[in-house]
Design a protein around this ligand. Structure first.
Ligand SMILES: *Cc1c(COP(=O)(O)O)cnc(C)c1O
Length: 409
């Protein structure tokens, strides 16, 4: 998150100019203080329950950031065996990792079993294969699709009827049958309805549906509500009211535990909520280009580094941090990729000059993890600011990275 202090923009107390001077652009910068604040907010909101927060590292997979979250007390949510391995490398213990893949092979699941992490199963075919192979020897979690449409964006909503995620609540008879005849030990129920909880009451409705399924499983130790916490992207944007959600869901969860007859753990898997606002993406203006349509600002980045705007219309607030006093003008900010890669149409920016630095807000989640080498460009460097000190946590790539694994002779 950028701040204007005494006429100059800073991140975590460090001048952006200084960051650019030391680390160059394009550059991802993460402010640990904001991660700390978000983590503490979430913990506080659910402090009356036994809560476990699994950081969804697909949002941001830098090992130093993962370690920072581990130090705060977070566990880890992974969606691939590679993320499991990364988490183990980062220092998470196997029992601090939940593995929630979608449409992976039984072979990949076997590898996760070997690592000793919590397996979350999301379809009946695997449930059956798993049960026949492991019986009750490996406890599992089951991902349920409660069919509640959480947000407006179909691409990031996972609970709706056409979604490929989870086992439908209407398939519970089949699940019962598989569990009964294989002896599966189901200790967790999971849902992840999507990425945009607009309305706390809709989330509670989905939670109630999950609670209803609990009667099928007498040995539960936790319920995992996934994520879907919305953070503000625009200055006047709505966000999930985490405090309200905490109050209402905790109360409801305690009622449920009383009915169920045991105190269960309440798990979450936030990605965006923990790291989105902590991240800023810094780019340099290469050219100003006046066309018949608009004044384009061409920067030293593109869809290869930050694809959210092009992939699902994600909004990133943009600021010209080099000219805080400049008059406001309208600009369309685009990348340098040979493909249309518009970051934002008709943005009001302080007058932009070639060489200026632009800052993109909310770049902590799904920024760097979705970056590619398209157009043979190098991926950006990453910096973590902690207690006023900026540390390089990923080097900028070089040609060697593009050539790695290519057979040259
Ligand atoms: C992506 C994902 C998350 C994190 O979602 P955010 O919107 O970043 O909080 C959590 N759980 C699962 C299973 C996911 O696929």
């Amino acid at each position: 998150m950028i701040q204007l202090t005494d006429g100059a923009y800073t991140i975590g107390g460090i001048h952006i100019q200084e960051l650019v001077h030391s680390f160059d652009t394009p550059l991802y910068v993460y402010d640990a203080d904001i991660i700390d604040t978000q983590y503490a907010r979430l913990k506080q909101a659910f402090s009356s329950c036994k809560t476990r927060i699994n950081f969804a590292c697909k949002a941001l997979n830098n090992v130093k950031v993962m370690r920072h979250l581990h130090d705060l007390g977070a566990c880890l949510d992974t969606v691939s065996i590679q993320e499991v391995w990364l988490g183990l490398k980062a220092g998470f213990a196997p029992d601090e990792i939940i593995y929630t893949p979608n449409c992976v092979s039984m072979e990949e699941i076997d590898l996760a079993v070997k690592e000793g992490v919590m397996i979350n199963i999301d379809n009946i075919s695997i449930l059956e294969q798993f049960g026949l192979k492991y019986g009750n020897s490996v406890p599992i979690c089951i991902r349920i699709n409660p069919h509640v449409m959480a947000g407006g964006n179909i691409n990031i909503s996972t609970g709706h009827i056409d979604s490929k995620f989870g086992i439908s609540i209407y398939q519970m008879r089949h699940v019962d049958r598989v569990v009964k005849h294989t002896g599966l030990n189901v200790i967790g129920l999971h849902m992840h309805t999507g990425s945009d909880i607009v309305d706390v009451d809709i989330f509670l409705r989905a939670a109630d549906i999950l609670f209803e399924q609990a009667e099928h499983f007498p040995d539960l130790t936790f319920i995992d509500f996934g994520s879907g916490f919305k953070v503000p992207y625009k200055p006047d944007d709505y966000s999930t009211d985490i405090e309200e959600l905490g109050e209402k869901l905790s109360a409801r969860f305690k009622e449920f535990c009383a009915e169920y007859g045991r105190e269960l753990e309440l798990w979450f898997e936030p990605g965006k909520f923990l790291v989105s606002q902590a991240g800023t993406f810094l780019v340099k203006v290469n050219v100003l280009k006046q066309t018949t349509a608009a004044m384009f600002v061409g920067v030293d980045s593109g869809l290869n580094h930050l694809i959210r705007p092009m992939l699902y219309n994600g909004y990133h607030h943009i600021t010209n941090v080099s000219n805080p006093e400049g008059a406001l003008r309208l600009y369309t900010v685009v990348g340098y990729i040979c493909e249309t890669d518009t970051f934002g149409w008709d943005r009001k920016l302080n007058e932009v000059r070639e060489g200026d630095i632009l800052a993109f807000n909310n770049a902590g989640a799904y920024g760097m993890t979705m970056a590619s080498n398209y157009n043979s460009r190098f991926r950006p460097a990453e910096v973590l600011i902690k207690q006023g000190i900026a540390e390089l946590i990923r080097r900028r790539e070089t040609l060697d990275d593009i050539l790695r694994n290519q057979i040259l002779d």
